[in-house]
Design a protein around this ligand. Sequence first.
Ligand code: AMP
Ligand code: ZN
Length: 431
Amino acid sequence: MNKEKRFLPDLNPEQLAALQLEGLKWTVAHACSGSPAYREKFDQARIKPEDITSLADIEKLPFTTVEDLRRGYPLPLLSVPQEQIVRIHASSGTTGKRKILAYTQKDIDTWKVMMARCFELAGLTTLDRVQIAVGYGLWTAGVGFQLGCEHFGAMAVPLGPGNLDFQLQFLTDLQPACLCSTASMALLLAEQVEKMGLQDRIKLKKLIFGAEPHTPKMRRKIEQTLDLEDSFDIPGMTEVYGPGTGLECWEHKGMHYWADIFILEIVDPVSLKPVQPGQTGEMVITTLRKEGVPLIRYRTRDLTRILPDPCPCGLNLPRHDRILGRSDDMFIFRGVNIYPGQIAEILEGFKDISSEYLITLDRKKGLDFMQISVERKESASADNDSHLAGLISAQIRKKVMVRAEVDIQGPGKLPRSMGKSRRILDQRDQD
Ligand code: AMP
Ligand code: ZN
């Protein structure tokens, strides 16, 4: 780890609170004067910028939702004159119509510091080469990693996603120390490295991976196959600049987040009241210096919890747990609310199957039907498939209280993704 902090802030709680209050006041005044949509929301809530005099006043502010972003399509909640916008990005569109977010130059500069902090926290040096294997273009991922990598001073190797041969060629020829990708892409690359016996020819030490939930099994497989020193889960979303709203530290006890750049609240998604510290709820984000599209109490739909204790790593930055899933990932099966993460957690306990799974929902004779496809590990015998399927199905019945058919496929048979993996295939509305 670089002991010298070039990008990571070192603020005591009083300094942080003062910065947050100043940023909150600025953001509310800025949004109110720059965006008719925000002004209307504040008018409806009968709140004025001067009503915000303490951090606790944040609870007086109305929430902003994904519908607010969609309603203003194509440039929702724009709070500066358009001539100040230097770029747009759009979300990956996994949950409906893409959201387009606009950036001023100052927003890009803030983001590049956020991302440079990630490389610093991951312990990279300016001698390191960084293979960036995520999407460029409209998606924030590629350009975000690149901005941060260059600002940090390491060497960006901007491959983008896809083309496995190309990825392997650069991994062996340039020997980057760090790979940035989704967990799915890292798994795919690891499997390919293994298949081609290239382990000795690559020198990867670190992986920064995010954009989707991962399981411990998936992470272990990647770390072991690529013989990594360490890997770091990175959170982020287009609405809050892009990737790099924080990073895991080397203690791997949650993610540190940049509390000088945004305020994080965790609320109960139904009552919208703050949960007790440490309880799981929806992440609500208020940006503190974002110009183009400031966010005020934005309901991200991502679920996590604050980890209230200080981190053993000693960093003066608060932490949240890894992103446990999205509230809109929940599906209702025969009256039971289920998150894919609950199924993943059960599968995690079975050592003879790999990390990959796909939940298919169907309707047969008017009834919901669930199939969970998993993959047998190389080391396990196919003779045991039906016994194993029975055991998994029994655990699901016990823990989630639904019946599911478990389908065990051969190693590597489930679809792989170079971006975010799809875990649910819901075919119930297609009768
Ligand atoms: P996008 O704006 O298209 O980049 O998508 C952002 C969304 O991806 C977030 O709101 C999360 O639901 C998900 N996501 C991003 N990073 C992670 C991560 N490290 N772990 C789990 N989910 C993530
Ligand atoms: Zn830490």
